[in-house]
Design a binder for this molecule. Structure first.
Ligand SMILES: C[S@@+](CC[C@H](N)C(=O)[O-])C[C@H]1O[C@@H](n2cnc3c(N)ncnc32)[C@H](O)[C@@H]1O
Length: 292
């Protein structure tokens, strides 16, 4: 039985293609060095099964061919991007860790002086935005505030390493069941249903889409090439894939893009331990920049 969509590896053969320990090491060292993502040996089978899809798509019959292709003389950037797409974990949700959104509405926004509205746009960076749900949950939270606080302006930037995720994020089209967690009154205001009801898709309204943009950024890059500072940075459930040293380096870099007194939000299974990082803890996963 051959696999559909024109690949020439049969399912039986795919089962037998093994990513050996030394092949795994080559790939995992590369991924760690360039993207900061830890790949302990226990992840070998996971990497093998995820990458077999790439072997099929490229019609390779073993991992040596694939590795030669990835590490061809110049480094095959196109394939590296594809590889990172299958390697990274993109799980996300609308209003994931809802306490963060309540904190914005209850503590951060009321603190802003009304004069702030005149000269400033409230800027948020969703760093490691995956498919956009986090950025759009922030957009909805801020738009709700804008509805009752005249003159409040905001903009949200999302970044991720995965082009596939960024593409979904920019389109802002989701399966309807993904927004079940959102109260009806909010859903009706901010999402449009697909005309073809057999598809059960929704799309964020254009007014909110126009207040967001997305770009590709690798946290490991030496220079993030960002020329602005943010009031809030969300970097949630992303640092967890990096080792401590890499996490600290990324956090120091992120701190440079916060406005004075800006807030950083991390995921509930993450923490900041290094004293070198200029953040004061406000709540277990909420930090505020405090320059020494
Ligand atoms: C689990 S998702 C988190 C999404 C969202 N922040 C949330 O909490 O729901 C982690 C995201 O980090 C991205 N990521 C992993 N390594 C990265 C790197 N080196 N640079 C930038 N983004 C990275 C992945 O592509 C993925 O979309």
């Amino acid at each position: 039985m051959s696999v559909s969509n024109n690949q020439n590896i049969s399912l039986e053969t795919a089962d037998k293609i093994e990513l050996t320990d030394s092949q795994f090491k080559k790939l995992s060292d590369f991924i760690y060095l360039n993207y900061g993502i830890k790949m302990p040996v226990a992840k070998r089978i996971m990497l093998q099964s995820r990458l077999i899809k790439r072997l099929r798509a490229l019609s390779f019959s073993n991992f040596n061919e694939y590795i030669d292709y990835v590490f061809s003389e110049k480094g095959n950037m196109e394939e590296i991007i594809q590889m990172m797409d299958v390697v990274s974990t993109n799980k996300t949700d609308f209003f994931r860790e809802p306490g963060h959104f309540d904190f914005i509405t209850q503590f951060i926004l009321p603190e802003l002086n009304k004069n702030y509205y005149i000269n400033n746009t409230f800027k948020v960076w969703s760093a490691g935005s995956s498919s956009g749900e986090e950025a759009y949950s922030i957009a909805i939270t801020l738009q709700e505030w804008a509805n009752t606080n005249k003159g409040f302006k905001y903009f949200i930037t999302g970044s991720d390493i995965s082009l596939t995720m960024l593409n979904t994020a920019s389109k802002a089209i989701y399966e309807e069941k993904r927004i079940e967690v959102i109260p009806d009154s909010i859903k009706h205001k901010y999402f449009l249903k697909s005309k073809d009801r057999t598809k059960k898709l929704v799309r964020l309204i254009p007014e909110l889409r126009s207040k967001t943009n997305f770009f590709r950024l690798n946290f490991m890059d030496a220079d993030y090439k960002i020329n602005e500072k943010y009031d809030l940075i969300f970097c949630r459930n992303t640092l967890i894939y990096f080792d401590r040293e890499t996490q600290d380096k990324v956090l120091v870099k992120l701190s440079k893009y916060l406005k004075p007194d800006g807030f950083l939000f991390i995921g509930h299974s993450e923490s900041i331990l290094s004293r070198e990082i200029p953040f004061k803890q406000i709540k277990p996963t909420i930090y505020r920049l405090s320059e020494k």
